[in-house]
Every structure is written in structure tokens, then in C-alpha cells.
Ligand binder design. Structure first.
Ligand code: CA
Length: 413
């Protein structure tokens, strides 16, 4: 499959991708778009030529929720049509230069907005390497995983009000911490600010109370995926988390990449996962390969514009798949809604350079990381920028997720 349109070789936005997002610029308040190479494709403008046979108003909403709610049959039709428009020699976009000019805008000249109105946000804890590392550090290396871990995808309910789109800055959180050598807690800016390398999926079809989704039908309910940085305040977390789990250590800011890569685009990258031992209960079992081979990278950029690669991990290191997470989430009858976001949990691999958080990379701050500008980091400093990138590749088929970027500001006084 080749495009008549010039697409840079290393782009995330290949003819196999066509993700969905929302953009704004000086002329447009908010519109749905896709992307090819260095450009966004304005879907509202494109539908002026009636290529999708949809009411074009659905592309002029602030969020993609209404578009996603049309159902996979229609949203896939839009993506398949985009593939055709950019690969067929008879494409009207190739013939009608004025239309092409109206439809395309340079990505560098638009601003991407939050793609969906996120209703509920759930965060899982599904990387066996991450859970083992954390369990070893804080409890017991010989019993790192708690007894439930290999039987169900552990998760907690997060907060959607603090999920921001890539490109934002946020204030370092403040809170209560207690050092082990003191008797009383103290209050102040978080000292151990950390990123968590995660991906997340967006719900594309609602369920009713009482309904449960089986792993083998879960793909009908998952619209697509984004990169997700689940910012964490480790010192606040250590003091507050027992017995109910994370609270203020997690809900001050999370960052998502602006492009939702569809599950259909990701289908070629399915790969075999773990053998589940002990065996899982039937409601978590599935047939076929449901893991995904997506390479994930984290970079730290200092104010002098030096970038340092912190880690390279992969979606396939998750023990539980998104399909199992969704099956578990709904097994009790909990309804899900279009736009709900469910995050993977920190994705660490088995090797040290594959650890998906500073907590693990520096082993609780005991082994600082050397940056390319000569500085060292144990955790994340004020004015540091964290960048996630994600790429999938199989033969000639490649795609990427765009970037997930956020910058830490000093605590607000
Ligand atoms: Ca997390």
C-alpha cells in the first residue's frame, strides 16, 4: 500500500494509521481531524465533499464522543475511506487541489485539544514487572506480588478532572508526607515527583448496569488507544495509600497524547502474551493473541533543550490485556460509557532500561540517572519536561502515537 501524497518515512502518521483527534487554530474553534505525515486532515472540511455520507456537524463538536457514539461500523468507514482517499490514484483529493488545500493543515500550525470528554477514569496495575519491582522495594522481594495479583487485574478509580492533553504544564503537587525517622507528618511540595509510562484505551460503546463484557467481545467496546502519563507523587503516596489505595498522590495531573489510534489500526500488531499460570477464572480467558507489540519510550528534556532517553518498554510486557481489564471491570455489572478512559498501569519490562518510572529506574532514588547535559536525576525536577513516544512496526506496516508531553512547574504559592 502506497500513498500518492508525500509522507515522510519516519512519520507516526502513515497510511496505516489515520487516528482521530480534535484541533483548533486561529480560524477554527474545534473540529475533528485525522492525520497524514506532517499534516492534519480537517474532517469537517473534507465532509463538505460528502465523502463519508455523514452529517458533517458531528465533526464540529468540542469532543469526539458523538462521533465515537455513531458506532464502529461508521467510524471504521471513515478511516477506511481516508485510507482509500490517500492511496487511490483516482482519489478526489488527488484530483481536486483546492479541496486538498482546504482539508490539510500543517500539524505545526494547529493546536491539538483533549480528544474526548472523559467520564470516568480507571487505572490498572497490570505489568507484572512493575508490580514485582514495587512489591520488592516496599514489601518483600520473595513475596513481591500480593496473593490476588495473578488472579485479577488490580485497579482503582481515578479522577478525570485532572487529565490534560499533551503540551500542558502543571504545578508540582503539595501535600502531607512523613519520613520514617519522624513521628509527625509534614506539609509541603512533593519531593519525589515521578512519571508512570502507561497507555490507555477509550471506551467506544456503552453498557447497561448488570451487563458484563467477555474478553472475546471486548474489541467491540474499545474505540482506540492513547499514550498516558500517570504523574505520581511518591512521597505523598507512601504516607496516604493505606488502606484504600492512591488518592492525592495521583489525582493532581495526568497527561494523554492527543491522537486516538484505533484498535483496527493496531490489529496487525497483535502478539502472544503470557501463559497464565495459575490459570484464570473463565470470565478472564480468551482465544487467540490479544497482546500488542508497541514500543514505548520516555525522554526527559531539561530547560536547556537536552533530551535524554530514560527507558524503552513495550505494551506486550503487560500481563493482562485491555480486553481482560474491561472484562474484569464489568464483571460485577458496572456500566461503562463512551469516552471512559482506562489506563494500563505502569508498563515495565524485565530489564533495567525497560522500567517505566523513576521509582524503578533509580531504585527509590538510590541509583541516580545521568542526563546527557551532565546533570543527575533521582526524580523529576521543576521545569523538567517528560515526553512519551510510541511506535508499532511489523514488516512495512508502521504507525505511531504522536507525543505525550508535559512540563512540571514549581508548586503554586
Ligand atoms: Ca498508574
Amino acid at each position: 500500500m502506497k500513498s500518492w501524497f508525500p509522507v515522510p518515512e519516519d512519520t507516526d502518521f502513515t497510511i496505516w494509521n489515520f487516528p482521530f483527534g480534535i484541533y483548533t487554530d486561529n480560524h477554527v474553534r474545534h473540529r475533528a481531524c485525522s492525520a497524514i505525515g506532517d499534516y492534519i486532515i480537517d474532517l469537517f472540511e473534507l465532509e463538505s465533499a460528502d465523502v463519508f455520507d455523514l452529517n458533517r456537524n458531528v465533526f464540529e463538536k468540542q469532543f469526539l464522543n458523538d462521533f465515537i457514539s455513531l458506532g464502529k461500523k461508521k467510524t471504521n468507514l471513515v478511516r477506511n475511506k481516508l485510507i482509500e482517499l490517500f492511496t487511490s490514484e483516482n482519489s478526489i483529493l488527488k484530483k481536486d487541489e483546492a479541496l486538498l488545500k482546504r482539508v490539510l493543515k500543517k500539524q505545526s500550525e494547529v493546536k491539538m485539544l483533549l480528544p474526548v470528554q472523559i467520564g470516568d477514569y480507571t487505572d490498572f496495575y497490570s505489568s507484572i514487572y512493575h508490580a514485582t519491582n514495587v512489591g520488592s522495594m516496599f514489601r518483600d522481594p520473595n513475596n513481591a506480588l500480593l496473593p490476588n495479583w495473578k488472579h485479577l487485574p488490580v485497579g482503582y478509580h481515578g479522577r478525570s478532572s485532572s487529565i490534560f492533553v499533551s503540551g500542558h504544564s502543571f504545578y508540582r503537587p503539595k501535600g502531607q508526607t512523613k519520613s520514617p525517622d519522624k513521628t509527625m507528618p509534614e506539609f509541603g511540595p512533593c519531593k519525589l515527583l515521578d512519571f508512570e509510562l502507561e497507555t490507555a484505551f477509550i471506551i467506544g460503546k456503552e453498557t447497561k448496569q448488570g451487563d458484563s463484557i467477555r474478553p472475546d467481545e471486548a474489541h467491540e467496546y474499545i474505540f482506540g488507544m492513547v499514550l498516558f502519563n500517570d504523574w505520581s507523587a511518591r512521597d505523598i503516596q507512601t504516607w496516604e495509600y493505606q488502606p484504600l489505595g492512591p488518592f492525592l498522590a495521583k489525582n493532581f495531573a495526568s497527561t494523554i497524547s492527543p491522537w486516538i489510534v484505533t484498535m483496527e489500526a493496531l490489529e496487525p500488531f497483535r502478539t502472544k502474551g503470557f501463559d497464565f499460570n495459575p490459570p484464570l477464572l473463565p470470565y478472564l480467558q480468551y482465544k487467540g493473541d490479544k497482546h500488542l507489540d508497541i514500543e514505548l519510550q520516555v525522554f526527559l528534556k531539561t530547560p536547556d533543550d537536552t533530551e535524554t532517553l530514560l527507558c524503552t518498554s513495550n505494551q506486550k510486557y503487560l500481563y493482562y490485556t485491555m480486553e481482560q481489564q474491561l472484562a474484569h471491570h464489568t464483571v460485577n455489572g458496572c456500566p461503562v460509557r463512551v469516552g471512559d478512559l482506562m489506563a494500563s498501569g505502569t508498563i515495565s519490562g524485565p530489564e533495567k532500561h525497560q522500567f517505566g518510572s523513576m521509582l524503578e529506574l533509580t531504585w527509590k532514588g538510590t541509583q541516580p540517572i545521568q542526563l546527557n547535559n551532565g546533570e543527575q536525576r533521582k526524580f523529576i525536577n521543576d521545569h523538567d519536561t517528560i515526553i512519551f513516544r510510541g511506535k508499532a512496526k511489523k514488516g512495512e506496516i508502521t504507525l505511531g502515537f504522536g507525543e505525550c508531553i508535559s512540563t512540571v512547574l514549581p508548586a503554586k504559592t
